[in-house]
Design a protein around this ligand. Structure first.
Ligand SMILES: Cc1cc2nc3c(=O)[nH]c(=O)nc-3n(C[C@H](O)[C@H](O)[C@H](O)COP(=O)(O)O)c2cc1C
Length: 339
């Protein structure tokens, strides 16, 4: 699997998730087997580039190449400028987001709202590809199957994107109107794959090695991208990649492995966000890691009230001290992924 000049180690990718796949989490997912990671969406509006949130998203120190940055917006010239700016900050691949149904993004006619205006989509893609071509940086597109179920225009948009010079396409098997409801469908992804020569990455509701194998076979896609199922479960990438390569299952992590994975993650997280934001933004990750483990509810409740990183870590260490380091930290696979 290649994106432009970049050859990727395996076809199991971590999906961009704003507020989740920050630099510490992307690094962790790659260390635990993800073949590729795209940063959370960065604003294309230059007025926002100095905000603390955007500056954090522009910080790629220590990330494993290729660094891929996602941009979102609706103004072709502004998006081209944002692409070049991100390349100057270290991006080696630029991904354009036309998949986000969030009100904040869609109301400004960006994200998946763009699917309603194919002429504007063409102008955006041309503008960004033209800006990145001289820099040797491939441009990719992430989108949904259409605006709503009666307007599934992904096949037309995908062909246009390939003609314009997009290097790879990620398709989430839902329409904008679906939000995260219902099941992702893979027929449109299969249709798009059959129309294109560029790599197609299938996304939506992939939460296990078997599901990844099924989606790859059903759609013929070149890779899968996993989002919500990787929350609190960064080792899912090595599990899926190993199964796809060998047909064999890896054992679940032990409590000892989970403990060092979580504590290493938190150390990097605190360093990245600092004390005040770090302790608060770590809570959701800790909740995800522990949610489905036995006897974790009281700990999760207490973590949500602790206000210092040192105490947050200490509470976790005390909990893990009472678990067998070699015992499997088995989790139930969620029945339905929560958005
Ligand atoms: C909390 C959250 C934040 C997300 N942020 C982004 C984003 O910034 N850019 C984007 O293209 N998609 C974003 N997505 C969509 C995911 O990349 C992915 O397409 C979607 O979750 C479906 O995949 P899944 O079923 O494996 O989770 C986000 C999803 C979630 C749940």
């Amino acid at each position: 699997m290649r994106i432009g000049p970049w050859s990727l180690p395996n076809p199991v990718f971590v999906a961009p998730m704003a507020g989740v796949t920050d630099r510490p989490y992307r690094k962790l997912c790659k260390r635990l087997g993800a073949g590729y990671a795209v940063s959370e969406m960065a604003a294309s509006n230059p007025r926002l580039w100095d905000s603390v949130k955007t500056s954090r998203r522009l910080d790629h120190a220590g990330e494993i190449d290729p660094i891929a940055v996602q941009i979102a917006g609706s103004d072709p010239a502004m998006l081209a400028e944002a692409a070049v700016f991100n390349v100057e900050k270290g991006a080696r691949i630029i991904d354009i987001n036309m998949g986000c149904p969030a009100k904040k993004v869609c109301n400004a006619a960006a994200g998946s709202a763009l699917l309603r205006d194919e002429a504007l989509v063409a102008r955006i893609l041309e503008s960004v590809v033209r800006a990145c071509e001289p820099l040797g940086v491939p441009v990719t597109l992430k989108t949904r199957t259409g605006w709503d179920r009666s307007h599934r225009n992904a096949p037309r948009v995908a062909r246009m994107a390939e003609d314009i010079g997009i290097a790879a396409l990620t398709l989430h098997g839902r329409t904008r109107a679906d939000l995260y409801q219902g099941d992702a469908e893979y027929d449109t992804i299969g249709e798009v794959k059959s129309l294109l020569k560029i790599p197609v990455i299938a996304n939506g509701d992939i939460d296990s090695p078997e599901k990844a194998e099924y989606v790859l076979k059903y759609t013929g896609a070149d890779a899968v991208m996993i989002g919500r199922a990787a929350q609190g479960r960064p080792w899912i990438f090595r599990e899926v990649a190993h199964y796809l390569a060998s047909g064999a299952y890896l054992p679940p992590p032990t409590y000892g492995e989970l403990r060092s994975c979580l504590l290493d993650h938190l150390e990097d997280h605190y360093r990245f966000y600092g004390e005040f934001t770090g302790v608060r933004s770590a809570r959701k990750h800790i909740g995800w890691y522990l949610a489905e483990l036995a006897d974790s509810q009281a700990l999760i409740a207490s973590i949500n009230t602790i206000e210092s990183t040192r105490e947050q870590t200490a509470a976790l260490v005390r909990w893990f001290d009472h678990r067998p380091a070699d015992g499997p930290a088995t989790r139930r696979v969620p029945q339905r992924l929560a958005a």
